[in-house]
Ligand binder design. Structure first.
Ligand SMILES: Cc1cc2nc3c(=O)[nH]c(=O)nc-3n(C[C@H](O)[C@H](O)[C@H](O)COP(=O)(O)O)c2cc1C
Length: 194
């Protein structure tokens, strides 16, 4: 798969098979994140890949609350598409049965070189995208999620899974796809070359 095929072919996957992600594949995916660019080369990230059934259940309890809290905004955004609302809420609460869910934190402590949170968030996002593309190249789907952060559950997730780390930035699922979604239409006229 070329890099362009990976970039264009990657889809957010919200339903997974029960096949586990092999250890060496998971390690390669996690490792790929570490090669992302970062503001002042601070490498401000820390990732926890959750895959033990007990821990996944614990996480899903929190995700159920995230789904409940997300409902009103989804109902507004996708008023004409009830099936999107239903599927999104199901996914957030149950993680699409993904065998792995990665929690993306910022490392701690911050230092003087980190002038603002935007630097940190952009750096962590770059690492996440590296991981998602590496996963896709290996036949593994993913879905990036900020719903639990947006709904005020970041601290609860951090306290449960990585109390010594900084803010939760996002979470993403990993697993073999059990669906083949259409690509959501890309907007036109989003760049120019002068
Ligand atoms: C920062 C960020 C946050 C996202 N949060 C969610 C989320 O909370 N729930 C969800 O189902 N998808 C989430 N997504 C996935 C987007 O919905 C998805 O990327 C978009 O619809 C485009 O589809 P594609 O990834 O298949 O190209 C998020 C993506 C990004 C980049």
């Amino acid at each position: 798969m070329t890099i362009q095929e990976t970039i264009r072919g990657r889809r957010s996957i919200r339903k997974y098979t029960t096949d586990p992600v092999p250890d060496e594949v998971l390690s390669e995916i996690m490792e790929a994140g570490l090669y992302a660019p970062s503001a002042v080369n601070y490498q401000p990230w820390y990732f926890v890949a959750i895959r033990s059934p007990n821990k996944l259940e614990e996480l899903k309890h929190i995700m159920q609350v995230a789904a409940d809290r997300t409902r009103p905004s989804l109902e507004k955004r996708f008023a004409a598409h009830p099936e999107v609302i239903r599927e999104s809420l199901q996914f957030i609460a149950g993680l699409g049965n993904a065998p792995v869910c990665v929690l993306a934190f910022q490392e701690k402590p911050q230092d003087q070189y980190v002038k603002n949170q935007s630097n940190i968030h952009q750096s962590v996002a770059a690492a996440i995208q590296n991981m998602l593309l590496t996963a896709w190249e290996k036949g593994i789907g993913s879905c990036w999620m900020t719903a639990p952060v947006n709904e005020g559950l970041g601290d609860e997730i951090r306290n449960s899974f990585a109390p010594d780390k900084g803010e939760l930035v996002a979470v993403f699922t990993l697993g073999y796809p059990a669906q083949t979604p259409q690509m959501p239409k890309r907007k036109e006229n989003r760049f120019r070359i002068e």
